[in-house]
Each structure stands twice: as structure tokens, then as C-alpha cells.
Design a protein around this ligand. Structure first.
Ligand code: AMP
Length: 130
């Protein structure tokens, strides 16, 4: 059975798309820790990120770096932080989170909610800077 993230990458479930190519897909986290919080996934279904082949893992990170640079242009922040958890969705993904301070990387923080139009505008801006 396809994971929810596979369905998102295939366009079967809507998402705020930030970047895409034939191998990887990036979209806004629906329960963000900061404005511009983005998830980057391989289209190939692998649960645990460190089970990816070495070259695929490297390409995923290069793709994520390009997404992070686009996020940094759109969202004023000190740096874009990267985190990998994967405790909720069994499909490898990298969290990219614009940071103002170390606190922004605390996954125990209450999640934020932005209006749909704002989410769409952020995703569109990231995509056009990618
Ligand atoms: P984790 O697997 O612990 O890294 O967490 C999964 C992340 O995916 C959480 O931050 C969720 O908010 C996010 N998430 C779950 N479902 C969706 C969805 N349909 N669209 C965007 N983000 C999602």
C-alpha cells in the first residue's frame, strides 16, 4: 500500500508543492514549526532514511540543499535547519525549518497554523526561487 507521502508526490493527495523533479518532491509541512517548514522526500518508498542507497541519499541531500537555499530567499531567517525523525510517517523525509533560534528546532513546540492563502503563497515563492 502506498504511503501518504507517495500519494502526495503522485498528486493524488493535495500538497503545497515547493519543488519537484523525477526523483524527489518537496512540500510544506501541514503542521509547521515555522513559516516555510518544508519536507523533502524521495519518490521511491523507503521508510528509514539510512536504508536509502548511498548515491540516492546524497542526491536527496543535494536536492534538499537547493530547496533550503530557496527557502532562505523567501523566509527571513538566520539559517535553515535540517532534521530527520520519521517517527510518524513511514516514508523517508527531511524536515527543513527556517530558524530564528535553536528553539525553532524543538519538535515538542506547539505546531503553528497559517491560512491556506499564506501557505500557498509561501510554496509558490519557494518554487519560483528553486
Ligand atoms: P515525522 O514522521 O515524525 O518526521 O513527522 C511527519 C511530519 O509529516 C509531521 O511534521 C507532519 O506534520 C507532516 N505531515 C503529515 N501528513 C502530512 C500531509 N498530508 N501534508 C504535509 N505534511 C504532513
Amino acid at each position: 500500500m502506498a504511503t501518504i507521502f507517495s500519494k502526495i508526490a503522485a498528486g493524488e493527495i493535495p500538497s503545497y508543492c515547493c519543488a519537484a523533479d523525477e526523483e524527489f518532491y518537496a512540500f510544506l509541512d501541514i503542521n509547521p514549526m515555522a513559516k516555510g517548514h518544508t519536507l523533502v522526500i524521495p519518490r521511491r518508498e523507503v521508510d528509514y532514511i539510512f536504508d536509502l542507497e548511498d548515491d540516492e541519499l546524497a542526491r536527496l541531500h543535494v536536492f534538499a540543499a537547493r530547496v533550503a537555499r530557496a527557502i532562505k530567499k523567501v523566509i527571513p531567517c538566520v539559517k535553515v535547519g535540517e532534521a530527520v525523525l520519521g517517527l510518524e510517517v513511514p516514508h523517508a523525509h527531511i524536515h527543513l525549518i527556517p530558524m530564528q533560534s535553536e528553539r525553532d528546532m524543538l519538535f515538542s513546540n506547539p505546531k503553528l497554523k497559517f491560512p491556506e492563502e499564506e501557505m500557498q503563497a509561501v510554496a509558490d515563492a519557494i518554487r519560483s526561487n528553486f
